[in-house]
Ligand binder design. Sequence first.
Ligand code: AMP
Length: 314
Amino acid sequence: MGILVVGSVAFDSVKTPTGSRDEVLGGAATYFSIAASYFTEVGIVAVVGEDFPETHVSFLQKKGIDISGMERKVGRTFRWKGEYGIDLNSRTTLDTQLNVFADFTPKLMSAHRAQEYLFLGNIDPDLQRSVLEQMTKRPKLVGCDTMNYWIESKRKSLLNTLSMIDLLVINDEETRQLAEESNLIRAAKRVLTMGPKILVMKRGEHGVLMFCGKSIFSIPAFPMEEVTDPTGAGDSFAGGLMGYLAACGTHDDAALRKAVVFGTVMASFNIMDFGPYNLGNLTFPEIEQRYREFRQLSYFEDLAAKSTEPLPEL
Ligand code: AMP
């Protein structure tokens, strides 16, 4: 089953402790769709300017991504510039030029309106709802992302959107801010009263907590010796997660756990290089291999059992 994702397509300028890049292909919908493309068919709803080059178009098309919903408008593409601190956990946005993204009013083509899986990327919550309202039937699963800006400036509208979705993917700080509660578990429980049935809380290098009903699932991040650029980690995580769920067509507990692991694996590949190029040049066996390594890494025996598994090698 395919996914439709709405969100930003951008040029990113990024500085990390190991280097910098100017105007590489970026944007939340870009990272999301590349990660999801390993699992299922994906269509992007986005806007770019006249300066968006053919090389980026063909890169996305080669991944099998349907870009027929990527509108090209007169003007410049959205630009984002950021710098990471020494431990890569803190990020400062240095510049945001919305350009054609400022008047983004997503209009779904009829071929996209019946998609079974929908991911509402980090855009104005009014626009997120307008996308959902254009669907001819309620998708099987609606995922959503947001950010501090919308939590602060459009809280009422965001709460309205949250009442209509199934799965929310946000980080720990956003969860605290949204719930107005500093304890993460209590904050998560409060968010689950706002509409979403599933909350997937990203915690950077500390991994992910997933809350669903009364259940909780916790996994670490995949330990990486070299992190080149964390940009897009959250979006490629969401792409892997939604991609796997769409591919298996169910979201029971077992599928959700696997989906969170696949999301973590996709994010770990993404942070190995600037831009989405490492993420975009993988084979599915490489993804499966890292999934298995990750399982071995987090495996431990039940209390009564004798350990049979050797420790994985570094
Ligand atoms: P992440 O590192 O997962 O938070 O995602 C970073 C990506 O989000 C970058 O590729 C940016 O182009 C994009 N981005 C940054 N700021 C915004 C914004 N205000 N709205 C939409 N996308 C953004």
